[in-house]
Design a protein around this ligand. Sequence first.
Ligand code: ZN
Ligand code: ZN
Length: 158
Amino acid sequence: MNFQDPAVRRPSGAAVAARVAGTLLVLVGLALVITAGVDFFATVSSGPDVDSHGPTKFWMLFVGLPLIAVGGWLLIAGFIGAASRLAYRRGLPMMRGTMAAMGVRPLGTGCATCGTANAPGARFCATCGSALARPCPSCAAVNASTAAYCSQCGGALT
Ligand SMILES: [Zn+2]
Ligand SMILES: [Zn+2]
């Protein structure tokens, strides 16, 4: 086992572990169920003269089915987990953009230029230096960088 499969190289550990474990459980469960089924039908089809050989592997069905259920759950969890994280990653900047477009950007925190979350009350972005807030020249109140007039005294922010 010394070959490198590029498809195996995946960064997200927990989801991959869940998928691998889920696949293994489903495969083992399927093998047990199939073995039990084959044994059962072989016993049934061979007629009543083989009483010595009953469906001895029937217990595998009751082990295999829960294994498939658990494995399937792990697979779903692994794939949905990855999908929801992907949606979260994609959805968050979209939500931020929507919020910014609606004017609900928290004052002095999110940078409109680079997206860095700066400390509350910050006037300039710590990453790119963009103005996050406009201090009023009249009363020194801190206004949003997009504000044209001071929210405290109504003075023009030039
Ligand atoms: Zn910035
Ligand atoms: Zn002012």
